[in-house]
Design a protein. Structure first.
Length: 719
């Protein structure tokens, strides 16, 4: 093979400024600012530096290679193992007016030739390709031609953990990608994945031969997700039904296929658009159900864990685990399919000990004893999470080796303000017992020693002779378990993960025992009821759902998923800010040049129509108090407003044909006098009427009567 020739002019040599990067971000994708880490990643990419990006779902990995592709000359090749994911991303790019295409097993030979011609003509900036196809002689030979004629700008490898045998989804075909560096040595490479341990990261770098790569490892924390655990009981189905009504798109995970079918049927019976998804369905059924969910034809997907991988639906507003998940890593990944667009979303887990027994039975079916032991330890961590009184994020992130201080304000344990108690003395007792037992036992044995158990194991080991034996009788076993979980979650004691959960002391443990560090314990209490939605939020939500309907209509016209038209985040901005012109609409985050031109007027018209017929928050509040029987003076006092302002609200409400009782607001005599004056003066303005009446009545009273006259006239014409 001869020496590859590359284009001499590359945008990356020009190195756009920060202002130019932000301008490009707005132009192509409609966003005003980068997400954390994105700008630095993109700047390194434009410097032709190799990179390894570890960023959780919803963090914005795709933009890290998409935007550089638009600022470079030549073709950027994106390797993706998931057909559904590459198709969704290409649709989204094309809907932003960007030249993108894909090559995979779904594309016919004729279409491959057509798309190849577009690439060679320079119409395509991003090519998505499956790893199996990329490493074929045909595809590599084609790229050999692309390099000198069009230019290879970069190679991005998504789901890069598949390269590593230590990753959770190893795929042998990914190993063959190592030949890309040998074949195209000057082309920068970017590897991207959502999760990777240090061992996996080093394996990726070695397998892909990345050269001194820029490394970005983002936090696993997803601040927009609300985490909650609820007890599972006879009323759980009704709770689920209430949770999902008018809640947008969502996924409900169940343990078994039978549970999936039953729950989907019950939801359908109760008027919820829901479909099942599990391995027992045919390929065509699963594909059809998945497509209908992605395109918002149905609201809810009830599924086993077979559903979710490669689903690029950013506007999933809730994920409910109807049954207990088998391990905490799986729960994090499944719950993480909510809120990929960064908008607030809910992750609800229903917990019962009956589910624990079901999973334990499944574990018993494993033939390998070591696998059973590890699976039970993973189940124990899930139960610790479900029962835990600490911040849910602290528990989750500690599992991945990341420290989180707690008080996230976005989980049930933090929002319900559990009492915080000082358990330093109890922690000292517990950790001292771990030390006396020579760090060779798990939580249950330590609790037995503390509570003076006469079990055979305690007596056989001679632990009834320890100084810590029986010093914890004043606390129940459940209280000691609560403390043990909290110490692990806070990193104040370690627990082995090799299938035998043994407690090990660390430097922080000794700080506690030396009274150098206090231990605070969150004591669970009953959950509080959520606050009522404010009138402003309710009104914005109503417009939001109307805009969703318009988005669905446009998406159906174009045969694309609705989120390709606009993400939920942009629809919510429309509902909150209500732009009345294309200029104002263009300033919204998520509105780029292409979408402004193609969709702007339809959305602005819809917002105008809604605004003209809707009521403001302050009007709604005044109407509510008026209908409760309060006088104008009382309403003004309660709302800290002037009575004239309340009169104005009521007049505006009458003009909008709302149920305002005028007879309670103004006497029949005064009303008659004002009506006669309006008929005599015959003016649209209020001042001539005010002057005619000798200033005996306020402008507010005159406007109120005028509005009532207009309402009566309207009713007469309608009748």
């Amino acid at each position: 093979m001869g020496k590859t020739i590359y284009p001499r002019e590359r945008m990356s040599e020009i190195r756009p400024s920060a202002a130019e990067l932000h301008q490009a971000l707005k132009q192509y994708f409609g966003y005003d600012r980068f997400r954390p880490g994105q700008q630095e990643i993109i700047e390194n990419a434009l410097a032709d530096r190799d990179a390894l990006i570890v960023m959780p779902t919803g963090g914005g990995k795709s933009l890290c290679f998409q935007l550089p592709a638009l600022l470079r000359s030549g073709l950027t090749v994106v390797v993706s193992p998931l057909i559904a994911l590459m198709q969704d991303q290409v649709e989204s790019l094309q809907n932003n007016g960007i030249g993108a295409t894909f090559l995979n097993s779904t594309v016919s030979a004729g279409e491959v030739r057509s798309r190849s011609a577009d690439i060679l003509s320079g119409k395509i900036q991003l090519l998505y390709v499956a790893p199996e196809r990329l490493v074929t002689d045909t595809c590599l030979t084609f790229l050999d031609r692309v390099a000198p004629e069009v230019g290879l700008a970069a190679i991005a490898i998504d789901e890069a953990h598949c390269v590593s045998e230590w990753g959770h989804d190893f795929r042998p075909e990914y190993r063959q990608l190592s030949q890309l560096r040998r074949r195209f040595p000057q082309v920068p490479m970017m590897a991207l994945t959502a999760t990777a341990t240090d061992r996996v990261r080093q394996d990726i770098i070695g397998q892909l031969a990345l050269r001194q790569p820029y490394l970005h490892v983002a936090s696993f924390n997803r601040p927009n997700l609300y985490y909650e655990v609820r007890s599972k009981n006879s009323r759980t189905y009704l709770e689920v039904l209430k949770l999902i009504q008018d809640a947008g798109s969502g996924i409900i995970y169940c343990l078994s296929r039978r549970q999936v079918e039953e729950l989907a049927y019950k939801l359908q019976r109760d008027g919820i658009d829901a479909l099942p998804y599990h391995a027992g369905l045919s390929d065509s059924e699963r594909t059809a159900n998945q497509t209908r969910f992605i395109r918002d034809d149905v609201q809810v997907m009830v599924a086993t864990i077979a559903f979710g991988m490669g689903i690029n639906k950013p506007d999933v507003r809730f994920v409910i685990h109807y049954d207990l998940p088998r391990n905490l890593e799986g729960y994090y990944q499944e719950a993480g399919r909510a809120g990929r667009d960064g908008e607030p979303s809910r992750c609800i887990l229903f917990f019962s000990y009956g589910d624990e027994r079901k999973i334990d039975w499944i574990i018993e079916q494993k033939p390998d004893e070591n696998e059973r032991r590890i699976a039970r330890q993973q189940l124990r961590r899930v139960i610790d999470y479900a029962e835990g009184g600490d911040c849910r994020r602290t528990i989750q992130l500690s599992y991945f080796g990341e420290s989180f201080p707690g008080n996230c304000a976005n989980c049930d344990n933090c929002k319900n303000a559990k009492p915080i108690e000082d358990w330093t003395i109890e922690a000292m007792k517990f950790l001292s017992c771990v030390a006396r037992c020579q760090e060779r036992f798990g939580t249950s044995h330590i609790i037995d020693v503390l509570r003076g158990s006469k079990s055979q194991k305690v007596l056989r080991k001679g632990h009834d002779k320890l100084s810590t034996y029986g010093i914890g009788k004043d606390r129940t076993a459940d209280e000691w378990r609560l403390l043990a979980r909290s110490l692990v979650h806070q990193g104040l004691v370690d627990e082995t993960t090799d299938g035998y959960p043994v407690l090990k002391l660390n430097p922080l443990s000794w700080e506690v025992m030396r009274r150098q560090r206090a231990v605070q314990l969150a004591v669970p209490k009953a959950m509080e009821s959520p606050t009522e939605t404010s009138a402003a939020a309710a009104e914005a939500e109503l417009l939001f759902f109307q805009l969703r309907s318009l988005r669905k209509q446009i998406a159906d016209e174009q045969s694309v998923p609705p989120y390709v038209v606009f993400p939920d985040s942009t629809l919510r901005l429309m509902a909150q800010q209500r732009p009345q012109s294309l200029e104002a609409f263009a300033r919204l985050s998520g509105v780029g040049t292409f979408k402004l031109e193609h969709y702007g007027q339809r959305f602005v018209d819809a917002i105008r129509d809604y605004t003209q017929t809707s009521l403001s928050t302050t009007q709604l509040q005044t109407l509510d108090l008026h209908r409760q029987g309060l006088s104008v003076v009382d309403i003004a006092a309660q709302r800290n407003l002037k009575p004239s302002t309340i009169y104005t609200h009521l007049a505006e409400l009458l003009e909008r044909q709302q149920p305002v009782d005028v007879d309670r607001l103004i006497s029949a005599e005064a009303r008659s006098t004002i009506e006669q004056a309006i008929q005599v003066v015959g003016s649209e303005a209020l001042k001539p009427v005010y002057d005619y009446l000798g200033e005996r009545y306020s402008y507010s009273e005159i406007r109120l009567v005028k509005a009532a006259m207009g309402l009566n006239s309207h009713r007469a014409s309608v009748g």
